[in-house]
Design a protein around this ligand. Structure first.
Ligand code: ZN
Ligand code: ZN
Ligand code: ZN
Length: 255
């Protein structure tokens, strides 16, 4: 499987509109972060995305995504869902609806935001075609053979999902994780971890909490995503341990 980082920024993206800080004005392309999402491409060429970010259209064009076979949602915050309307292009081309997975709260919230999707009277005008799959924590299969595990983590007072597929996991937008969920994130070759910034935050983990978690989980490699303009790419990687690096938009990794 191949993982492509479609976006690695926090909810505002980097640069932030109006900000003139050194990261927002940096010429280094690795300091330009679209909203967070990953693409998982199977060896057979199927494409799965985790979240459809605000920048999804641009991300599909840059990564030349021509088919989309499943969407997982971590949670219904704007930066993770607002690209959903863009899947119409895949619907038009392939003439089929796309399976969407998430917990009940997430999918219900998305269907409130995109209320027109489920209104039969408004169909026919280019509405995203989706098959909703309400999932609970635990393991399930997609595309008849790929096992995915939904692992609950807490994002403030909201329970959101991390996803594990084989020996990699996508774990973003959280500030608390139970021992039980930690146990499900052991023996990873790759941990993709959302760390917002250096200072503590009420709904996200900060750098120290991320480093501490990695000490406990001991993944072979950690790639950090969902970062703000407070982290400069080169400085971050200089000051963090080996095998613990910031990802960047467009990075691809084989797992
Ligand atoms: Zn977010
Ligand atoms: Zn800035
Ligand atoms: Zn969030």
């Amino acid at each position: 499987m191949k993982i492509t980082f479609l976006g690695t920024g926090n909810s505002t993206g980097v640069p932030i509109i109006t900000c003139k800080c050194k990261v927002c004005t940096s010429a280094n392309p690795k300091n330009k972060r679209l909203r967070a999402s990953i693409l998982v491409t199977t060896d057979e060429g199927e494409n799965i995305v985790i979240d459809t970010s605000t920048d999804f259209r641009q991300q599909c064009l840059s990564s030349e995504i021509t088919n989309l076979d499943a969407i997982f949602y971590t949670h219904p915050h704007a930066d993770h869902i607002l690209g959903l309307d863009e899947i119409r292009a895949f619907n038009f081309t392939h003439k089929k609806s796309i399976p969407v997975y998430g917990n009940k709260f997430t999918l219900d919230s998305i269907m409130k935001t995109f209320h027109y999707i489920l209104k039969p009277l408004q169909r026919g005008g280019g509405v995203p075609q989706v098959n909703l799959n309400f999932i609970e924590e635990g393991k399930f299969k997609i595309l008849e053979r790929i096992e995915v595990e939904a692992i609950p983590i807490m994002h403030g007072i909201m329970e959101v999902f991390a996803y594990r597929i084989g020996n990699f996991a996508y774990v973003t937008d959280f500030n608390k994780i139970s021992e039980e969920s930690k146990n499900k994130l052991k023996n990873l070759d790759l941990l993709i971890l959302g760390i917002l910034r250096e200072k503590p935050h009420s709904t996200h983990i900060c750098l120290d909490e991320g480093l501490q978690l990695v000490e406990e989980l001991k993944p072979k490699r950690t790639l950090v995503t969902h970062t703000t303009h407070m982290f400069e790419y080169e400085e971050f990687n200089k000051n963090t341990p080996e095998n613990f690096e910031m990802a960047f938009d467009g990075l691809t990794v084989e797992v």
